[in-house]
Design a protein around this ligand. Structure first.
Ligand SMILES: Cc1cc2nc3c(=O)[nH]c(=O)nc-3n(C[C@H](O)[C@H](O)[C@H](O)COP(=O)(O)O)c2cc1C
Length: 207
């Protein structure tokens, strides 16, 4: 099968398969604080690490249902800071609850029964119980091509300035991914967790 974006229905696919193809995707569970001081939390799966030195992360925010920017983007534009919380299997339902479209004045922490914890270097709080959290400073926001007139996704890039790892997930000096079982987003309404990990050695080069 071959088709161009937007024509999937003409090919017997009722839903766009794009997200199911680029899968699994990590979930950036983004916490911010508004300039009025209200904590905000939402999941973003058009998210990834972008480089190791310096450590950089990015996520894409689509326009909200009213065509306006989503709260996470507004808060990051206002404060220049955010935290990426890693979603473990234990918190996956709470993560889903935080995707609710709430008013700018309502905190998803309260809505989902989660506890905000102070960060070390940024004002945005962390999610208590998340196995790892990355404190970030905004690097840049890039508009992507328009999806409709005047509407585009925004690519938000952050430089990681502080890293929290819960002690329980460190084994022999390494983060043990099976200990915290990060949730990943697939297509449609599907998610995945890690149930098998194996190593592959890099090829030896002769110089
Ligand atoms: C697993 C998951 C992944 C999501 N990924 C994205 C995404 O990458 N970009 C986006 O704009 N919205 C995404 N959403 C929807 C937002 O979480 C949702 O619009 C949320 O209300 C935004 O909250 P905010 O206005 O507080 O930022 C996702 C939702 C879920 C459940």
């Amino acid at each position: 099968m071959f088709f161009t974006p937007g024509t999937h229905k003409d090919h017997g696919l009722p839903y766009s398969p794009f997200k199911a193809i680029v899968a699994p995707r990590p979930i950036g569970w983004i916490s911010t604080v508004s300039k009025e001081g209200i904590p905000n939390l939402a999941p973003y799966s058009f998210f990834n690490a972008m480089s190791e030195l310096p450590p950089m992360v990015g996520f894409s925010s689509s326009p909200g249902s009213n065509g306006e920017p989503k709260d996470s983007l507004i808060n990051i534009q206002d404060t220049g800071e955010f935290v990426v919380n890693i979603v473990s299997k234990d918190q996956i339902n709470a993560m889903s609850d935080t995707s609710a479209d709430l008013s700018h004045k309502t905190s998803e922490f309260d809505f989902a029964g989660l506890t905000p914890e102070p960060s070390e270097l940024v004002a945005a709080p962390r999610v208590k119980g998340a196995p790892c959290q990355l404190e970030c400073k905004l690097w840049d926001i890039l508009p992507m091509p328009e999806m409709a007139e005047g509407l585009s996704n925004k690519w938000v890039m952050g430089k990681v300035i502080g890293i929290h790892i819960q002690d329980e997930v460190i084994v022999d000096g390494k983060v043990d991914v099976m200990k915290y079982n990060p949730a990943a987003r697939l297509g449609y309404m599907d998610y995945a967790t890690v149930d098998h990990v194996f190593e592959i050695e890099r090829p030896k080069t002769s110089g």
